[in-house]
Design a protein around this ligand. Structure first.
Ligand code: ASP
Length: 410
């Protein structure tokens, strides 16, 4: 593999950028509103440039890494095993996260006794049905593969292509070499763009605090406290246990995972963080043939942070409107949050758009989506960081479950 990790200096630059950004964001809170809004617009633009550059590379990156990884598995039985374990672990961890979201809502009761209103002029969206969601995984034509909503179809296409290359046997080797070279090229492209990351992370962190800092008080503050504390419980306890079972020291996992965590926190997109998560998986010693399948699929379907958030939001919205939830509702909240998180697009704010599905399933007021939009970026930051961290934790365990070993690398 010709790709190497980013330099330690770059990682330090990213962390320093994040901290300076946070400090600047709090300092900006002291400025008059109009000036603060102006500065915030520029800061956000600096971050958006980074996200747009990465997003251009994402479709070919997902396509080439998955198809090359599948094609490299001469043993199709092992591929089947990876996919089965991936499904089992991704769904189990998301269900645990969604349940923690329910518990967080009951412990903190963030919406009890408070009447929030949707932003002026907001019209509630029409929630998709479960059939709509299922069919959206299979887009109608080839051109739709490149759209954000086409990511799942792209994954299915890439897996089938990889299988076809294996079935071609000797003849397929040349296509495999091409796919692998293209995949390495895309990863290298991302490494080039990464040199801009410290600036983007600095700008996004400052923007987030300058614009959303005031909302950290009051009922929203309570919601965020509930979400943040239970998300961190999920991160440290559930992922700690998973990587330990997979044979990796949790300390090493948390240390290496901190870089994609920060990138996800500030860019608020699992898709944009994918290349950094792959780099982290490599540093944890996961084999290429495993993480090149589990991570692109995970970025698209495995979103524990989002599942926790959607279940908690459902409880929050019910509390705001004074609606009592039965145990059946709670079960539905967990199930629909798992489905909703799978269907959520790996982009900023995707989880709040899909919240309409969860609220609709429970028969809760869809105005809840508008209510949650108010604090979406702050909430999105952590749920995205948890989303990508879950993919890597599961990858470590899947490696063990399919009978492969972690490399003992840095
Ligand atoms: N932004 C999240 C992600 O990309 C999805 C969400 O909004 O919950 O992982």
């Amino acid at each position: 593999m010709s790709t190497r990790g980013p330099g330690v200096k770059l990682l330090i630059a990213i962390a320093v950028g994040f901290v300076i950004g946070l400090v600047l964001g709090f300092a900006l809170l002291g400025l008059p509103d109009a000036v603060r809004a102006d500065v915030a617009t520029w800061l956000k633009a600096l971050g958006d440039i980074f996200v747009r550059l990465i997003r251009i590379v994402i479709p070919p990156l997902i396509f080439f890494t998955i198809s090359a990884a599948v094609a490299s598995m001469a043993d199709l039985r092992r591929l089947g095993l990876v996919l089965v374990w991936l499904l089992v672990l991704y769904i189990t961890t998301s269900a645990i996260a969604a349940y923690l979201g329910v518990v967080a809502g009951q412990v903190f009761q963030p919406g009890v006794g408070i009447g929030l209103q949707p932003p002026a002029g907001y019209t509630p969206p029409k929630p998709p049905s479960a059939v709509d969601i299922l069919l959206s995984f299979f887009q109608t034509d080839f051109s739709a593969l490149l759209a954000v909503g086409g990511a799942m179809t792209m994954i299915i296409f890439a897996i089938i292509l990889g299988v076809a290359v294996v079935l071609l046997g000797e003849e397929g080797r040349r296509i495999y070499s091409f796919l692998r070279l293209a995949s390495n090229t895309m990863i290298t492209m991302v490494r080039v763009i990464m040199y801009y990351a410290p600036v983007a992370i600095f700008a996004y962190a400052a923007w987030l605090i300058a614009v959303y800092g005031p909302q950290m008080l009051g009922a929203y503050g309570k919601f965020l406290l509930a979400q943040y504390s239970f998300s961190f419980i999920h991160f440290f306890v559930v992922y700690g246990i998973i990587v330990l079972t997979g044979g990796l020291s949790p300390l090493k996992y948390f240390k290496i995972q901190s870089t994609p965590f920060l990138i996800a926190f500030t860019t608020r997109s699992s898709a944009v963080t994918l290349p950094y998560n792959m780099e982290a998986a490599r540093r944890m010693g996961a084999p290429d043939e495993v993480f090149q399948i589990t991570l692109p699929i995970g970025a698209t379907v495995n979103m524990d942070g989002t599942a926790l958030y959607q279940a908690l939001s459902a409880i929050f919205v019910a509390q705001l409107f004074g609606i009592a939830l039965t145990p059946v509702h709670i079960g539905l909240a967990v199930t629909s949050a798992v489905i909703g998180s799978v269907a959520t697009a790996a982009i900023p704010g995707g989880g709040t758009i899909m919240l309409a599905f969860v609220l609709g399933t429970l028969g809760l007021p869809l105005e809840g989506v508008g209510i949650m939009m108010v604090i979406d970026p702050i909430s999105d930051a952590l749920r995205t960081a948890i989303n990508v961290s879950g993919d890597n934790a599961c990858t470590i365990l899947i490696t063990k479950l399919v009978g492969l070993k972690l490399r003992s690398s840095s």
